[in-house]
Write a protein that binds this ligand. Structure first.
Ligand SMILES: NC(=O)c1ccc[n+]([C@@H]2O[C@H](COP(=O)([O-])OP(=O)(O)OC[C@H]3O[C@@H](n4cnc5c(N)ncnc54)[C@H](O)[C@@H]3O)[C@@H](O)[C@H]2O)c1
Length: 257
């Protein structure tokens, strides 16, 4: 299977580091013109400086806060004038520095901020990119959900588990709605990866024994790497997945008992 994205324009949110960065690098290495967006401008610049695109691919960057409707509208209008996007990958999300609290102690603002980035952000950007895709009767949307949305979240953060489950439902619903327009919508649900300070803190909290126990529970006996996730995303965004929509692909080293 030789997956190529020459001539394809890809928008990635939450692109600055970890999973988002790996997705941008993989698309650019396979020929795509990638617009990498995030709120973290310093890391975005590092991505642009360090990535080595191939097959005619490229990476450009833009600051985009997915909770800001005006920013989204402006960016997509500018990009639509150049032809719009073929592929949109929503990676922005995570736990935003939050840690586990008993449900009765969770401030509503904490709940809202996780929903705003993980779920509302996916909806807002999808809403903006879909009209150009509908006109071309082709497009691919991929949302990064989580094992937390399928089972119980290791983070213990109620809003995170719930938001990632909502993304699975959003992919299913939009897959159903947009299929007649030639647009595929799917989600990828990663298992645990040590990608960012939030996940490093979580990993450290397990201690040596807890870390080994976690690895021992994973059927394929290792935690994830960013390229495990980018491989799945590129497949779902490729013509090889043209008859798959509304689905969630678990990329986690296998089901845990
Ligand atoms: N690392 C894991 O174990 C794991 C597992 C399952 C799912 N995920 C999901 O994968 C995605 C990427 O996570 P990651 O592991 O690479 O690290 P991460 O959680 O640090 O990545 C999130 C990215 O989103 C960006 N972001 C935050 N708020 C934003 C906003 N308002 N607008 C735009 N961008 C914003 C951050 O700057 C960061 O680059 C997240 O959605 C996360 O929930 C991660």
């Amino acid at each position: 299977m030789d997956i190529q994205f020459e001539g394809k324009r890809v928008l990635v949110t939450g692109a600055a580091r970890g999973i988002g960065r790996a997705i941008c690098e993989a698309f650019a290495a396979d020929g795509a013109a990638v617009l990498a967006t995030d709120v973290n401008e310093a890391e975005l610049q590092r991505l642009a400086d360090e990535t080595r695109p191939a097959r005619g691919g490229s990476i450009s960057t833009a600051c985009l806060d997915v909770t800001d409707e005006a920013q989204i509208t402006q960016l997509i209008a500018t990009e639509d004038a150049k032809g719009g996007f073929d592929i949109f990958v929503h990676v922005a999300g995570g736990v935003l520095g939050q840690t586990k609290k008993p449900v009765e102690d969770v401030p509503a603002a904490d709940w809202d901020s996780i929903y705003d980035v993980n779920v509302r952000g996916a909806f807002m950007v999808a809403r903006a990119v879909v009209p150009a895709m509908k006109k071309r009767r082709a497009g691919k949307l991929v949302f990064i959900s989580s094992g937390a949305g399928i089972g119980v979240s290791l983070t213990g953060i109620q809003a995170y588990a719930s938001a990632k489950a909502a993304l699975i439902s959003l992919a299913r619903q939009l897959g159903h709605e947009l299929g007649p327009f030639g647009i595929n919508v799917n989600a990828v649900a990663p298992g645990f990866l040590r990608t960012s300070p939030d996940y490093e803190r979580q990993w450290a909290s397990y201690g040596d024994e807890g870390q080994q126990a976690m690895i021992d529970e994973i059927p394929l006996r290792r935690i994830g790497r960013p390229e495990d996730i980018s491989n799945a995303v590129l497949f779902l965004a490729s013509p090889f997945a043209s008859w798959i929509t509304g689905q969630t692909l678990s990329v986690s080293g296998g089901p845990v008992a």
